[in-house]
Design a protein around this ligand. Structure first.
Ligand code: SF4
Length: 187
C-alpha cells in the first residue's frame, strides 16, 4: 500500500481549537500553513473552533488551546476541552506560560479596573462593568497547565505556521511530535 492509499484509509481525526486569553495570533499562524490547509482538511474534521460554528467541544482526538486563563469562562471552556480531547496542546506563549497578558499579574486587579473604567479622563459614565453576563476576571492570568493536564506545549508568540504544520503532521501520523531546533522559538 502506498503512502497516499494509507492516508486515505486512516480514520479522520477530530480537532477542536479555542482562544482563551489569546489574541488570535496563534490561530492566524495556523492559517499561515497556507496550501497545507487543503491537506489538513483531508486529514481532520474540525469540531468547536473559531473557524467553525460549533458551540461546544464534543469528543475529539486533538484540542489546540491558544491563550492563558484570565477569567471564569476561560476555566469553563478549558475544562470542557480537557474532558473531551484525548490530546490537549498548549499552543503559544500565552497558553504555555501566561504570555504578555500575564504582565498584569504585577498589579492589583481592582486598581487595574479602576484605572481603565473609572479614572481615565473623558469617560462619559465611569463604572466598572458588573453585568452578570460578563465573566469575572481571575486575580492573576494563569498558564493552562495550572488548571488542567496538558499533553504537549508548542512555544512561540506565535509558533510559526511551519512549526505548527510539523507538529500537527507528526501528531496526526501517530508519531511523537518533535520540532527541529530551527522551528523552536519563544518570541
Ligand atoms: S502566544 Fe502570542 S500570538 Fe499566540 S495568543 Fe499569545 S500573544 Fe497572541
Amino acid at each position: 500500500m502506498d503512502a497516499a492509499e494509507s492516508d486515505a484509509r486512516r480514520p479522520r481525526l477530530r480537532v477542536a481549537t479555542t482562544s482563551l486569553a489569546g489574541c488570535f495570533g496563534c490561530h492566524m499562524s495556523l492559517l499561515d500553513i497556507d496550501e497545507h490547509l487543503f491537506e489538513l482538511a483531508q486529514l481532520v474534521d474540525f469540531d468547536r473552533s473559531p473557524l467553525t460554528d460549533v458551540k461546544h467541544c464534543g469528543p475529539c482526538d486533538i484540542g489546540l488551546i491558544e491563550g492563558g486563563v484570565c477569567n471564569a469562562e476561560n476555566v469553563h471552556v478549558l475544562r470542557e476541552f480537557r474532558r473531551n480531547c484525548k490530546i490537549l496542546v498548549a499552543v503559544g506563549a500565552c497558553a504555555v506560560n501566561g504570555g504578555l497578558p500575564a504582565q498584569r499579574n504585577h498589579f492589583d486587579l481592582g486598581v487595574c479596573l479602576q484605572q481603565v473604567y473609572q479614572c481615565r479622563e473623558g469617560l462619559a459614565a465611569p463604572q466598572i462593568p458588573d453585568d452578570p453576563e460578563l465573566p469575572l476576571l481571575l486575580d492573576k492570568v494563569r498558564p493552562i497547565h495550572e488548571v488542567v493536564r496538558v499533553d504537549y506545549f508548542v512555544p512561540g508568540c506565535p509558533p510559526s505556521g511551519e512549526a505548527l504544520w510539523k507538529f500537527l503532521t507528526d501528531l496526526i501520523a501517530g508519531r511523537t511530535p518533535r520540532l527541529p531546533y530551527d522551528l523552536l522559538h519563544y518570541d
